[in-house]
Design a protein around this ligand. Structure first.
Ligand code: PXP
Length: 252
């Protein structure tokens, strides 16, 4: 684990997206995961989608067998995915929405509206010793629902905040940031571990790293895209450095 208290999880989905554009085996997401680990990340995330649009079943099995850091299995709360997760036995499982009806208006999992649907999946994964996190918007209702469901971890959906930053919508970015900040505080008051992700780049990762409640950032698209120009090793190191700069502000 990195000396920093803030972990970096690298999402390798989009290495598989590029591979699948042509079929075959290249580029291999497992090779990318090993490179990211060698460059200093703390874990690997991969999302096995119901349509297998990027990560495939054998990628997930190979990640579990071959990487030396914790695997975070992103998945929908379906019987099929729960069965694969129980077989794979990853360190963690992050439940995410895949269907429109499972989403909140903010894009995260509708933990508040989907309690009955989510409860058996949370329980089965927890009983298998897998650390369950729920990918939710940082609203009070969603955080309370996550706590009631007994998930030990939430991952705050940072997509709306990152979009507002990218589009230069300062007022909206401030509203989204205030929600993330107060949500992280509320979640910690419930004893939940707080992660965050979606749409993060160097600047937004540095900013959110300053929130002391946030223990892990999961980042994919920007890192894999930037790796085209800088190489994955350099990109992971630059992200780690950005997070460490932000974290210093939290500890200052
Ligand atoms: N965390 C979760 C739960 C996600 O679903 C995703 C997107 O797959 C990410 C983090 C990473 O988002 P991005 O690829 O935009 O960095």
């Amino acid at each position: 684990m990195s000396p920093s208290t803030l972990r970096l999880g690298v999402n390798v989905d989009h290495v598989a997206t590029i591979r699948n554009a042509r079929g075959g085996r290249h580029p291999d997401p497992v090779r990318a995961a090993k490179l990211a680990i060698a460059a200093g990340c703390d874990g690997i995330t991969a999302h096995l989608r119901e349509d297998r649009r990027h990560i495939r079943d054998d990628d997930m099995a190979r990640l579990k067998a071959e990487i030396s850091k914790p695997l975070n299995f992103e998945m929908a709360a379906t019987d099929e995915m729960v069965a694969i997760a129980l077989k794979t036995c990853p360190h963690a499982a992050c439940l995410v929405p895949e269907k429109r009806t499972e989403r909140t208006t903010e894009g995260g999992l509708d933990a508040a509206g989907q309690r009955k649907h989510l409860a058996p999946a949370v329980l089965a994964l927890k009983q298998a010793g897998i650390r369950v996190s729920l990918f939710i918007a940082a609203t009070q209702g969603q955080i309370e629902a996550a706590a009631e469901l007994g998930a030990p971890v939430i991952e705050i959906h940072t997509g709306a905040w990152c979009d507002a930053l990218t589009e230069g919508k300062a007022a909206q970015a401030k509203t989204e940031w205030d929600l993330i900040k107060s949500g992280a505080e509320l979640a910690q008051s419930f004893g939940l571990e707080v992660h965050a992700g979606h749409g993060l780049d160097y600047a937004s990762a540095e900013t959110i790293a300053a929130l002391p409640q946030v223990m892990e950032l999961n980042i994919g698209h920007f890192l894999i895209g930037e790796a085209v120009f800088e190489g994955l090793d350099e990109t992971v190191k630059l992200m780690r450095a950005a997070m460490d700069r932000g974290r210093k502000k939290a500890n200052a």
